[in-house]
Design a binder for this molecule. Sequence first.
Ligand code: HEM
Length: 458
Amino acid sequence: MNGTGALSLFNIFKKPKESRSHAMFAEYLQYGYEDGIYQTFLGPYTQLKVVDPDAIKKIVLDTTTFPKHPIMINQNPSSLLAKFIGKNIVFTEGHDWKAQRHVVNPAFYNVEIFYPLFLNLTNKLMDRWASIVNKNNGSTSIAVMPEMTNFTIDALGSAVFGIDFDAINGNLSHIVESYDFLLEAIQQVQRMIFPFLNTLPTQYNRQMEHHLKHYDDMIYKLIDEARNRKEDPEKAKTLLDMMIESEGVFDNKILRDNCSVFFVAGHETTASALGFAFYTIAKDQRVQDKIVEEIEQVIGMKENPTYEQINAMEYLSCVIKEYMRLYPSVAAIPMKMAAKDTELCGYFVPKGTMITMDTYSLHHSEKVYGPTVEEFRPERWQGEEAKSIHKFAYIPFSAGQRVCVGNNFSLLEQKIFLVRLLQRFSISLEKGYKLSFNKEHNAVNHPEKSFAVVVTPR
Ligand code: HEM
């Protein structure tokens, strides 16, 4: 098997010059293109990167042979992962995972319950943008990533915790500051591999402790408020209510850890997807016109859409599928491990090997998607062409048993947002804008914070 062949221990301390996705894609083209698998190193660990749809199918469908890597499950108590995110549905296996997933599944099977929340929130944001546009007498530039982060935090706040954070009007900024700090710190690979780095008496670590306390206080306050809230039969239960009712499964610490993971898993990813939606739709007038045409046919340009109408927007679904292919929010599916000797792509894989599925390279592989791989072409998800795409060649939400539990939640949120946005505004890129990804976070891709689009009322 080809591979990088060198222990890249020092590389993990270097500040990256490019995004994680671009670095992995270059590596894939050099070492893994032929076989769809190659060997690399993550600090002291030998790691296989997998970009072959058949191998991915084998991995995600057999969680006994390919469980999550112990580095994620057996958290070192001094690690930031343990302190910030903890032992929750994402970082458990076997019986514990099944019990937790069983509790949260019902909320996510019936995402229609979140529909009014998403619609109200989107309308609130569009009204705010309209008043900014009014003041500017025409078009205005919108800083996409901060706006989308606030929007998705509010969506999560109301749907999962039953609280209106009102982040879209600039509230909650102190919590977001703590959260941003921790999210950046947690993704530093060197801290993951050498947790003692978190315990050194440095100024950075003192700041980290301060933000951790701030963040913990917020989560425990949310839990307390939910416990003391009187039941309202008119209101749909929030995810937190459901978790509180399952006391046997969720003690207070597990409850806290799951709140934390829903906060992390649930908003940054959707904010990133919407960031790339802005980029692709603003760049491609043809696609924007086709979505608007579909809105006119299915809903009309003024009315609030119904849940059924949103689901009837077939072309919009293909657009979302396509930008999540070209720009997957989660660059790679976090580490799994071969629990016994096995085989992938015709190669022997010894027990204990670390395995990462490289989503970005898979979605950009010409071998998998053919010569139009780099084109933004929603039509590839229609008719016969869609049927010819390997089912495991598209994994923005992972797949199999451990597929993202919030995928339909996120898709509904994105659809409602895009429909209301394009009913009211046309969007375009600022002159000469060239897309670049964030380099500071390595788990979630998103356009750089400076990314802005011009919105003009229709
Ligand atoms: C564009 C949006 C999203 C993307 C791209 C995304 C992606 C993913 C991926 C790739 C995984 C697999 C992680 C792994 O195997 O370790 C995952 C798992 C998960 N996601 Fe998402 N996610 C999104 C939105 C959400 C939302 C909105 C929520 C909750 C409100 C959520 C909650 C979760 C949870 C709880 C898991 C763990 C599931 C399990 O292991 O049983 N995600 N997500």
